[in-house]
Write a protein that binds this ligand. Structure first.
Ligand SMILES: C[S@@+](CC[C@H](N)C(=O)[O-])C[C@H]1O[C@@H](n2cnc3c(N)ncnc32)[C@H](O)[C@@H]1O
Length: 243
């Protein structure tokens, strides 16, 4: 499903996730307990957090295999950032434009004993992070495109839609600039988004997008929506005509 219908449904998902009576204050994922604050994206009502963990190879919390530095843009509850630290990353930054998400990520880092390695920061994409470099930069994004002139009705809606893909345009342009040598800029996107538009941004900025992981799920209120989740790597264009 594309266009207006997808955007309206996503806003409805945002509204329901905040108001449904079974919204928990704690939840379980990967066999661990996590805090969930008001106004923060709830991994219990969407498969996307678990899918992102799988696409990154972080689906087995605490099993190691990672090292170096990890920046999570749009950390929400901080599950992915905390799992990166539990997997072995020595320096993790969990950033979100939503102040409640920043608070939530700090709570979960403390809860899982990695507060010394996970710094939670309020940042509009990279606005507060210009001086740092990372081995991995990752965003599980609000991949549904809202119309250019849509004005957010709440902070929580920012987890679901991106008006005019303004944030995606900036992410594609700027994420590679934050990388340490040999680092990777990654984006969790899906078929609910408009990949063609992302590829256009990439071309404009001399970048290419490579699909480095994918998984297909049946989702949606009616169980009839086949969604392909993609892990995209944003690279500098090598002139080989990719992108
Ligand atoms: C789909 S949610 C993912 C949350 C979390 N990573 C997870 O997987 O549960 C997208 C997140 O991106 C954040 N976000 C949206 N626009 C942002 C921006 N311009 N800068 C930083 N974070 C942003 C939202 O607040 C939200 O927490």
């Amino acid at each position: 499903m594309v266009g207006t219908q997808s955007f309206v449904r996503s806003l409805e998902r945002s509204r329901l996730s905040l108001t449904r009576p079974d919204r928990p204050v704690e939840f379980e994922l990967l066999g661990l307990r996590w805090d969930l604050l008001d106004e923060v994206f709830a991994p219990v009502f969407s498969p996307s957090t678990a899918v992102a963990l799988d696409l990154l190879g972080l689906g087995q919390a605490g099993r190691g295999g990672w090292s170096g530095s990890f920046l999570e843009i749009g950390c929400g509850t901080g599950v992915i950032a905390v799992c990166a630290a539990l997997a072995g990353c020595e320096r993790v930054v969990a950033a979100d434009v939503n102040p409640r998400a920043v608070e939530n990520a700090a709570l979960n880092a403390a809860r899982h004993g990695v507060a010394d390695r996970v710094r939670a920061v309020r940042s509009d994409l990279f606005s507060e992070l210009r001086e740092e470099r990372f081995d991995t930069v990752f965003w599980s994004s609000n991949y549904v495109r809202a119309p250019e002139d849509y004005t957010y009705g709440s902070m929580h809606e920012r987890a679901y839609v991106d008006p005019g893909y303004r944030a995606h345009r900036r992410y594609v342009a700027e994420a590679p600039l934050l990388l340490a040598p040999g680092g990777r800029a990654l984006l969790h996107f899906s078929s609910r988004g408009v990949l063609g538009e992302l590829r256009e941004f990439a071309r404009e900025y001399g970048r290419h997008l490579e699909v480095v992981g994918s998984v297909e799920l049946v989702e949606g209120e009616y169980g009839d929506d086949v969604v392909e989740h993609l892990l995209l790597e944003i690279g500098a264009d090598d002139g080989a005509g990719r992108g």
